[in-house]
Each structure stands twice: as C-alpha cells, then as structure tokens.
Write a protein that binds this ligand. Structure first.
Ligand code: UDX
Length: 430
C-alpha cells in the first residue's frame, strides 16, 4: 500500500520506516529541508536502537523516500498520516496549530479519495475538526475519511514497539476507512481494535494517564515503605504477580519525565475540564510525581548538609534509559537544582550528554561513568541506564571524597554497594 507520513519527527520517522520494513511504499514529508537532505543521505537526527539500519535498508530498496512537498506525498499515497508535533501550551492545553495547518495543506492538494490518519496525540474530537477543515478548504468536494490511529511506541524501544505492538487502535467512522487501515496493519500480526473516531482519540490519553498513575501509585507506596521499613520492590513484585495488576510500570523512582507523560497528563486534565469533569485523580498523580523529586533532593541536601561548592557526580541525564532524549527529564531537573544550590555537577550519560550540554552549558560532561566519582561529595543515579550497574563501583568509591551514594532508580544492589563502603540511599527500600 502507498503511504505518506507528514512530519518526520520521532513518531513519523519511526512509523514510516516500520511501514516500509513490512513492505509498504512510504514517503516521509518534512518541511525542514536540512532534515530531509540529511535523511536522504542516511543521517538520522535521533538515537533509537535499530532505526538507522532500517532506514538505510529501506531507502536502498526504494520503499522509503523523503520529500519536503506535501503535494508529492498526498499524490502518491492512499493513506496520509499526520504526525506533526502537538506541543503543550502554558495553560496545559495542546497547541493544535501544526495539525490544523497540515489539514489545510492536505485540503489544498487532495484530488481523489484519501484516508487522512491522525497519528499525533490529540484531544478527543480533534479528528472531527480535521474533517471539517479539509472539507472547508477543499474546493473540489473530494471524498475522504479521517481516522485516528494513536501511537503507543516508547522512546528507546520504538522499533520493537512498532513492529510488535500489543494492539493497534483504529478510530474510523466508515467501514471503507476501517478496512483500509486493517489491511495496512495486517503484516504486523497484532490485534486490531476498530472503534469510532472519538473513542480512539480518548484511548491514547486514557492509557498514558493510567501508566503515569501506576508510577505515581508505586512511588506513593515507596514513601510508606520508607516510613515503615518495608521494601517497595518486594511490594511491587507481590502486587504485580496478580495478572489484573501486572508488574510493569511499578518501578519506584524519582518520577516520570519525557515528552509524553507530563504533557499528556496536563492535556487530559485540561480536556476533561473543558468537557465539564474535574479529573482530581490525575492532578494528584502529577503532584505525587513532583513530590518524589523534591523528596529525593531534600534527602541529598540533608545528608550533604551544605550544597554550596560540593561536587555532585551525576549518572544519567536522559529522561530514561536507552534514549538520548533529555526533554522534561527528571535527571536534568536534578542537575539544574544542584547547580542552583551552588554545587558543581559532573555528569555522564551514554547518549544524552551532548543534548544536555546544549541546554545546560554549566554541566561538566565526562566520557566514562566512573569519572563522575572523581573527588565527588555525592554520587547520584538519576536515569535507569542498565549499564550503570556494571560500572567499577569499587574504584568509584576510592575516587570519591565521601561515601554518599543516592540511587533515584533503584538500579544498584544495596548489599553490594554497602559492602564497598558506600552509604547507600535508594527509593522505598533499605
Ligand atoms: C510513554 C508511553 O509508555 C508510550 O506508550 C507512549 O506512546 C509515549 O509515552 P515514553 O515516554 O517513551 O513512552 O517512556 P516510558 O518508557 O513510558 O517512560 C516514561 C517515564 O516513566 C520515564 O521517565 C521513566 O523513567 C518513568 N518510569 C517508567 C518510571 O519511573 N517507572 C516505571 O515503572 C516506568
């Protein structure tokens, strides 16, 4: 099948590439000429395991193309995906101006039946607006359908998530569009749930908010564990063994970050408000998330006694492991809090350091994890990179000035680091 993906950001690029990988003919459209030129030359603007090889392979076999022209994309596709950014506005609502602009642009070039699919995360009822906009701006009265097909990929495992999804959600109000979407996704072998347009849009916000809720729930439990001497990992294991609950997303820590959960939660609170419902539960989820970070900083401050002129060795800058994305990263927030309090921050991240330094030039970046320990007054683990477990912790203990080690992601084995002489603090466990 022939597809166009408008917007070659994180979601658009990975989605387009995976569609090409299963045999579809894909044109990725982006209005950034430099990006398109780089992609044509096999240069990938993001770090995502497995993506680069897949792009190079599919460009070589002719199934994946890049262009700056929406017209070229729409002319050569039956299904046109909208995968442009939907950034948050200061009041928490979603800025839909890119989606609206693309809808107008599609209206200007569409000459025959197309399925226009919204991939971007949007408030419920956005599809209706897209449909209205295309109808209004298209002079020829062309037949088209608007479909919602929310994306559930996680950064760092985007390719695997796309190639083997738990489910594919398709919100289509006509049978014709639903059938085209089913055919498109058949090669992935995943269950396809076809709903109406509004329900599909709601599923995305409802699912992400629920996952954030799970994280805040276990983080609240971690505080009870700290106060009572229980171990949050054992509690999570016991809870998670009930298949109705599940163990995933019950890892206690310093809270969730990234460009989805914080944004989607604020948006969903706002959307609910606009629909006349006060979603107090989600406000509390967000409050617990912020509080985890403050609680962690307070513990470090209490142990250090004075932050000023201290050297903090920070492991991790990305918002989670396996990604170079530092946007809305709790680790970055911590770095900025330490700097504001007058400390010097020596940081290491396997992928995110370069982007972090652009945002926060005061960071001293080192190229090996062990080097953050050099004359450190405290070592802080802020991102769940598994490789931090394999650092030479014995030599780090020798290089650090003090024995303080704070693990915000429960990554290390308490007994092992304690045996090396560290005073070890983690989340909800001793
Ligand atoms: C999320 C959703 O998982 C995905 O379905 C959606 O499409 C986009 O948003 P992503 O933001 O890439 O994906 O990362 P995810 O792996 O979900 O982690 C989000 C944050 O939660 C990270 O900061 C991570 O550190 C934190 N987290 C995750 C926890 O603190 N504990 C957990 O148990 C799981």
């Amino acid at each position: 099948m022939k597809l166009a993906i408008i917007g070659s950001g994180y979601v658009g690029l990975t989605t387009g590439t995976c569609f090409a990988e299963v045999g579809h003919e894909v044109i990725c459209v982006d209005n950034n000429e430099h990006k398109v030129a780089a992609l044509r030359a096999g240069k990938i603007p993001i770090y995502e395991p497995g993506l680069e090889e897949m792009i190079v392979r599919n460009v070589a076999n002719g199934r994946l193309k890049f262009t700056t022209s929406i017209k070229e994309g729409v002319d050569n596709a039956l299904v046109v995906f909208i995968a442009v950014p939907t950034p948050p506005q200061p009041d928490g609502s979603v800025d839909l101006s890119f989606v609206e602009k693309v809808a107008r642009e599609i209206a200007g070039v569409i000459t025959d039946y197309r399925v226009v699919v919204d991939k971007s995360t949007v408030p419920v009822k956005t599809g209706e607006k897209v449909r209205q906009t295309i109808s209004r701006y298209n002079s020829g009265g062309v037949e088209f359908d608007v479909v919602s097909n929310p994306e559930f990929l996680r950064e760092g495992s985007a390719v695997a998530d796309l190639m083997k999804p738990d489910r594919v959600v398709v919100g289509a109000d006509t049978e014709k569009a639903g059938n085209i979407m089913k055919e498109l996704y058949t090669p992935f072998g995943a269950p396809i749930l076809v709903t109406d347009l509004n329900s599909a849009e709601l599923i995305k916000h409802a699912a992400n908010s629920f996952l954030a809720l799970k994280i805040s729930y276990i983080n609240a439990i971690s505080r009870i564990c700290e106060a009572s001497g229980a171990n949050v990992e054992m509690v999570a294991q016991g809870m998670g063994a009930d298949h109705r609950i599940g163990r995933a997303f019950l890892n206690a820590g310093i809270g969730y970050g990234g460009s989805c959960f914080p944004k989607d939660l604020s948006a969903f609170i706002r959307i609910s408000e606009d629909l006349g419902y006060d979603f107090g539960l989600l406000k509390e989820v967000s409050r617990i998330n912020d509080d985890q970070r403050e609680h962690f900083v307070k513990q470090i401050r209490d142990s250090l006694w004075v932050f000023r002129e201290k050297r903090v060795g920070l492991l991790g800058l990305a918002f989670k492991g396996n990604t170079d994305d530092v946007r809305n990263s709790v680790a970055m927030d911590l770095a900025q809090i330490f700097l504001k309090e007058g400390a010097h921050v020596i940081a290491y991240d396997p992928q995110g350091a370069e982007k972090a330094k652009e945002i926060e030039p005061r960071l001293e970046i080192v190229s090996r994890g062990e080097d953050v320990a050099e004359k450190a007054d405290v070592i802080v683990v802020a991102t769940e990179w598994k490789e931090f477990r394999d650092l030479d912790w014995a030599s780090m203990r020798k290089r650090a000035l003090s024995n303080l080690l704070f693990d915000g992601r429960n990554l290390l084995d308490p007994a092992k680091v304690a045996a090396l002489g560290f005073e070890y603090h983690s989340i909800g466990r001793r």
